[in-house]
Design a protein around this ligand. Structure first.
Ligand code: 3PG
Ligand code: MG
Length: 400
């Protein structure tokens, strides 16, 4: 890590600008999953305990630079106060006189939450003037939003260059876990990548075949690999124009010695709906009028064999159409196997990205993985081997 942690920063009597990710699911104004709120609590508490005053910056949704009341952070103030156990003062702007006044009035033991940074058009363009205005609000900057650090925005990249900067506790936890999984893993290292499209995970797959010992491919993207190998996949979701790319990934895996596991049996149905009549067939027996909706039991058993040998595993994406029964079976069984090996102390397991957390929650095993990232796109970009601008900027920030 070439950036500082909170322990290395002067915090007493300092106003600490903290970039957090409060982009949480809200249903009718109520937080339906508060994971991201819970995970920023250690940073906020540590700043308060050290006598600092935390001022929180976050985006919410994608409001495109205008004030959209449906994307206000105001409903987050109360759940945040409950989680931190201190008062949270909400300010209806993130810049200008209102923000300055809120910070000036902030008492010790209070948290200030500024309005959605993306209400400002300069946020996503990383406008220098907006970054400078953010910087004027605080004396120290702390990025605790790993999940937003793939964005070079004013509140992530821009402001970090202007203030003495550090990463927060969640940033430390996320990067520590990701480094254990892909940076310095205990081998054998297995990755399981599922989800719908090869096209969205191309960089991920290309990077993984260079680093992992076993690559398990599932979900609808496996269909594209199966088609590349000449199998008929019936009416399955398929990216026909990606079959050459899939073949190239398999060739690259052959060169690097990465063993790729694709389904050798599949669960097929004629309708995409819960409880649809289904059958398990060998991968070369998919009827022309049926679609593949899950990996079959033999495939799951082979995944289990890989997991029995692996010491580290990375999980991204479901193995089948996990949102409808019975096509959640492969995902659930494999996830439970990972959980069991992890509980036994035999496996370090790290999961993250998009649908992954929902699938693991449904399987009831989230708490048994070594680490489940709260990040979506940032998790993928890190796994793709890309530098994240919000983190790179911490290393370049001005000295404290
Ligand atoms: C997320 O939910 O993945 C982060 O908050 C980033 O949001 P974004 O994809 O809109 O930048
Ligand atoms: Mg996203």
């Amino acid at each position: 890590m070439d950036w500082k942690t909170l322990d290395e920063m002067p915090l007493a009597d300092k106003t600490v600008l903290v970039r957090v990710d409060l982009n949480v699911p809200l249903e009718n104004g109520t937080v339906s999953d508060d994971t991201r709120i819970q995970r920023i609590v250690p940073t906020i508490r540590d700043i308060l305990d050290a006598g600092g005053k935390p001022v929180l910056l976050s985006h919410f949704g994608r409001p495109k630079g205008t004030h959209d009341p449906d994307m206000s952070l105001r409903p987050l103030a109360e759940p945040l106060a409950a989680a931190v156990g201190r008062p949270v003062m909400f300010c209806a702007d993130c810049r200008g006189p209102a923000a300055q006044a809120a910070v000036a009035a902030q008492q010790k033991d209070q948290v200030v939450l500024l309005e959605n940074t993306r209400f400002q058009p300069g946020e996503v363009t990383n406008d220098a003037k907006l970054a400078a205005e953010f910087a004027e609000l605080g004396e120290v900057y702390c990025n605790d939003a790993f999940s937003c650090s793939h964005r070079a925005h004013a509140s992530t990249e821009g402001v970090a260059q202007l203030l003495p900067s550090c990463g927060g506790r969640l940033m430390e936890a996320e990067l520590g876990a990701l480094d254990a999984a892909l940076g310095q893993p205990e081998r054998p290292l297995a990755a399981l990548v599922g989800g719908a499209k090869v096209s969205t995970k191309l960089d991920l797959l290309s990077n993984l075949v260079e680093h992992v010992d076993h690559l398990i491919i599932g979900g609808a993207m496996a269909n594209t690999f199966l088609a590349a190998q000449g199998f008929n996949v019936g009416t399955s979701l398929l990216e026909q124009d990606m079959t050459d790319t899939a073949a190239a990934i398999l060739d690259k895996a052959g060169e690097t010695g990465c063993k790729v596991l694709l389904p050798d049996d599949v669960v097929v149905a004629r309708e995409f709906k819960a409880g649809a009549a289904s059958q398990t067939v060998a991968v070369d027996q998919c009827p022309s009028d049926a679609m593949i909706l899950d990996a079959g039991p033999n495939t799951v058993a082979r995944i289990g064999d890989v997991l029995d040998q692996a010491k580290t595993m990375i999980w991204n994406g479901p193995l089948g159409a996990f949102e409808i029964t019975p096509f959640d079976a492969a995902t659930t069984t494999a996830a439970r196997k990972v959980a069991e090996r992890t509980r036994a102390g035999a496996l370090v397991s790290v999961a993250g990205g998009g649908d992954t957390v929902a699938a693991l929650n449904q399987a009831g095993v989230t708490g048994d993985f070594s680490y489940v990232s709260a990040a979506g796109g940032a998790f993928l970009e890190w796994m793709e081997g890309k530098a994240l601008p919000g983190i790179a900027a911490l290393g370049k920030s001005c000295a404290s």
